[in-house]
Ligand binder design. Structure first.
Ligand SMILES: O=C(O)COP(=O)(O)O
Ligand SMILES: [Mg+2]
Length: 215
């Protein structure tokens, strides 16, 4: 069975914080509330959009509401690729993995439509055999079923897979699915989230690290 590398999106493939930050601050301004610093936004990313909006509203003493979530999702889906770019070295790493016979997939807590638009706008979509978004299945990371369902969509199983992510959710989903994980040290998660997983400091290290896990 062909080997497959499954990537997280935000903070792993793409530096998406600028557009998440801009959309969130537009929502807050529309609600008459103060915006956030970039570090605050990065600290709220990882558990999907519902959690992001919940954390943002809670930080301003407001209850969660569905209308704010819907406003954010539609604004962000439109504007996800304004400033967001692949991390330096990611396109080359994907090309090198594909050339070495790896199939590639994306497992992200970002909503599927926004993730799809973003990958297309950045010219990355062609690399991926499957995408499992935060709303594609009834569950999402850290639930290992999110990773397993993404693999199934690509016609693959966990025994041939490696996961690459920048958040504890990625490490936990991979561990639960029996898939080795590489922690993206260039991403948004603090180093302790690696929890013992090997840490790549730069995307250029990925082809060798991934091959070492599933030779
Ligand atoms: O949308 C999020 O909160 C995180 O998305 P990710 O799973 O691609 O890092
Ligand atoms: Mg991430």
């Amino acid at each position: 069975m062909s080997r497959i590398a499954v990537f997280d999106l935000d903070g792993t493939l793409v530096d998406s914080a600028p557009d998440i930050h801009a959309s969130l601050d537009r929502l807050m301004a529309a609600l008459g509330l103060p915006g956030f610093t970039r570090q605050e936004v990065i600290g709220m990313v990882g558990d999907g959009v519902r959690a992001l909006i919940d954390k943002a509203l809670t930080a301003r003493g407001m209850p969660f509401d569905e209308a704010s979530l819907a406003t954010f999702v539609s604004d962000y889906t439109e504007n996800a690729a304004q400033e967001t770019r692949p991390f330096e070295g990611i396109p080359a790493a994907l090309e090198s993995l594909a050339a070495a016979g790896w199939r590639l997939a994306v497992c992200t807590n970002k909503p599927e439509l926004a993730a799809r638009h973003l990958l297309e706008d950045l010219g990355l979509a062609r690399w991926f055999a499957a995408l499992g978004g935060g709303d594609t299945f009834p569950v999402r990371k850290p639930d290992p079923a999110h990773l397993l369902a993404t693999l199934a969509k690509a016609g693959a199983g966990p025994e041939a897979a490696v996961m690459i992510g920048d958040h504890r959710n990625d490490v936990q989903a991979a561990a639960g699915a029996g898939v080795p994980c590489i922690f993206a040290g260039w991403g948004y998660g603090p180093a302790e989230m690696a929890a013992g997983a090997p840490v790549a400091r730069h995307p250029a290290e990925l082809p060798a690290l991934i091959a070492a896990l599933r030779g």
